[in-house]
Design a protein around this ligand. Structure first.
Ligand SMILES: [Cu+2]
Length: 463
């Protein structure tokens, strides 16, 4: 892709950039833009081992990728293109979003503490934009708040941001121009700054994952998010992917694992990992002192926050990892279904079907049936809860994936090892002896309660 049609004055002239150009950016360095690298796949790309510059252990962006850069006289140069993109949220559903370099989120920017970083931002959106480098120490004019720190980047223009990555940690980037629309449309990305030398609060890890929490409101059958929604989102996603579209985190038994999470939704997300205890080793402000840490299995990531979770993966298996808000582990369709548990539809279905032939009872015994039911959905719509496991439907959607811990996973191998084979005698099993006394006599409902009918087997033949 060529950007040679962009006029030079787009990045050399204008009041907003006079100070930068004079202070530190040579005209020669800007004579040629780095070629933007465009991604078309939503698969998890292999970590980008630093081809030049100082070495570090690279991160894996879940269902994402790392932005390649070029070194130019000691400066790391990146090129981000803000543009409309098509993002597969899970197999069977493609959303029309806005993002960077072909995807939403944009590529992860990965640098080392002390690196001088120059980012060219080309605006191919239908309206102006900016990029704010969330959490960074930088000169005020590089902070990216449109109108406050700079002029917004007009349509078709390229602006340059340049600053030193001053502190190691976990960061994000997103527009600070028409934010409500641009973030609802998926414009965001991750940023990781590695420490330049051993840091007393930053451990060596064998696996380092990152992803953003985001959310969309896309009507079943549609593909463009509704941008005015504030709370009632129907697609809760990690890196603009919903389960079963979110890749598993595949690690080797005994690995020290770091998971970096950033929250760009408008609500909090308690992130929960099964089978292990983790510590929060980093926050928005950088690494936490070891004395301030405590073990937990769920940590809340509030709006606008970044968290680094760390643990030793010392339990083999396929461990669920998800947001603990149960509405965030389902896809569209489920949120507006009326609660029918315990409601007796006997005698009602047939008259209703006479009036509305498509009428179907859902949820009378709970909604687990929906994981198996081959309901007819509008095109381009994800089932509410889905995903097939080795033992049946997983009955999840949204912010859910698995942590796969394997003895035989090779160091650095990020491929999916398949499903875990539980060793004999280590899996829940059906009791086939005489029922214990307590289970045989369920307590009768007290007269004071509403008369709900206990669901029994074989009395629901109305589908
Ligand atoms: Cu959540």
């Amino acid at each position: 892709m060529s950007n040679s049609h962009l006029p030079r004055r787009a990045f050399l002239g204008g009041a907003a950039f006079t100070a930068v150009a004079a202070a530190s950016v040579s005209r020669v360095a800007l004579a040629a833009l780095p070629e933007p690298v465009i991604q078309t796949s939503a698969a998890t790309a292999a970590p980008l081992a630093p081809p030049n510059g100082r070495p570090y252990h690279p991160v894996v962006t879940l269902n994402g990728w790392t932005c390649p850069w070029r070194m130019n006289n000691g400066v790391k140069e990146f090129h981000l293109v803000a543009e409309p993109v098509e993002r597969e949220m899970a197999p069977g559903m493609v959303a029309r979003l806005w993002g960077y370099n072909g995807q939403s989120p944009g590529p992860t920017i990965e640098v080392v503490e002390g690196d001088r970083v120059r980012i060219f931002v080309t605006n191919k959106l239908p309206e102006h934009t900016t990029i704010h480098w969330h959490g960074q120490r930088l000169p005020n004019g590089m902070d990216g708040v449109g109108g406050l720190n700079q002029k917004q980047i007009p349509v078709g223009k390229t602006y340059v941001y340049e600053f030193e990555a001053r502190r190691p940690g976990t960061f994000m980037y997103h527009p600070h121009a028409d934010e409500m629309v641009q973030m609802a449309m998926g414009m965001m990305g991750f940023w990781v700054t590695h420490p330049k030398t051993r840091h007393p609060h930053i451990a060596d890890v064998q696996r380092d994952f990152c992803f953003l929490l985001n959310a969309f409101d896309i009507e079943p059958g549609a593909s463009v998010p509704k941008i005015n929604t504030m709370l009632d989102f129907n697609l809760w996603t990690w890196n603009s992917r919903a389960f079963p579209g979110i890749d598993s985190l595949n690690v080797r038994l005994g690995d020290r694992v770091r998971v970096r999470v950033g929250n760009l939704t408008m609500t909090n997300h308690p992130i929960h990992i099964h089978g292990h205890e983790f510590e929060v080793t980093g926050t928005d402000g950088g690494p936490t002192p070891p004395g301030s840490r405590w073990p937990e299995v769920t940590t809340d990531v509030a709006v606008g926050q970044m968290r680094q979770l760390e643990f030793v993966a010392d339990e083999e298996g396929d461990w669920a990892m998800h947001c603990h808000k149960s509405h965030h582990t389902m896809n569209a369709m489920g949120h507006d279904v009326p609660t029918l548990i315990g409601v007796n539809h006997q005698g009602l279905v047939r008259p209703l079907q006479r009036a509305a032939p498509d009428y179907m009872v859902m949820g009378e015994r709970g909604m687990a049936d929906m994981g198996e039911m081959q309901m007819e959905l509008p095109d381009n719509t994800l089932p509410m809860m889905t995903g097939q496991g080795p033992y049946g439907p997983i009955e999840m959607g949204g912010m859910f994936t698995t942590l796969k811990v394997r003895r035989e996973q090779k160091p650095g191998d990020h491929s999916d090892p398949g499903w875990f084979q539980q060793p004999p005698g280590t899996q829940a099993f059906e009791w086939t002896g005489a029922p214990p006394a307590a289970a045989a006599a369920p307590q009768a409902p007290t007269p004071a309660t509403v008369n709900v009918r206990k669901p029994g087997a074989g009395d629901h033949k109305h589908h």
